[in-house]
Design a protein around this ligand. Sequence first.
Ligand SMILES: Cc1ncc(COP(=O)(O)O)c(C=O)c1O
Length: 213
Amino acid sequence: MATTFDVARVRGSYPALADGHAYLDGAAGTQVPGSVIDAIAAAYRAGIGNIGGAFAASERSDAIVAEARRAVADLTGGAASGVVFGPSMTALTYRMSAALARGWAPGDEIVVSRLDHDANIRPWIQAAARAGAVVRWAEADLATGELPAAQYAELVGDRTRLVAVTAASNVLGTRPDVAAIAAVAHAAGALCYVDGVHATPHIPVDVSALGAD
Ligand SMILES: Cc1ncc(COP(=O)(O)O)c(C=O)c1O
């Protein structure tokens, strides 16, 4: 079923778009609607504090974080308890790669892709270098901009610990078959780390359906 969308109403809810500009790379500087601006202002007006404290401002902060986790889980699927906030996707991926690579041994392998944003490549390559792990590359089809999933059968093996892949290219908009790629990774006992930065604002996302770890 086609979804109809009142573009003028949605645009109108973003004060920053009032000057007529269109921001074609949303991930590179996301504008927010008035409801978000109001919620942030209301939190500061009410007073917020360090989380986990026994005072009212702290309890307000705890409630905001819990509600935000529920909202993200509603947007992306998965459990609210699995939602982690951080300064940026790049910073979170550096932390995740540093944590996971502690379990990698020399000769283990990871798979990254040429379609991915640097944020889902460099943290993994640097972590692999520190661990002595081998980096294998999935190639994009330059004629179509697609990332053929079939190649993962060759790229993934017994030593594969992690497959990092994007749910959508921020350059081309093409969408790899993440579910198929994740299935290959899981069959080998590897994790699948999916970059949803570009996909999530454009399509309904369900991390379980994608097979994203
Ligand atoms: C697909 C994709 N992944 C990751 C990033 C990096 O996101 P961040 O700026 O939050 O580190 C971007 C930024 O444009 C992106 O487009």
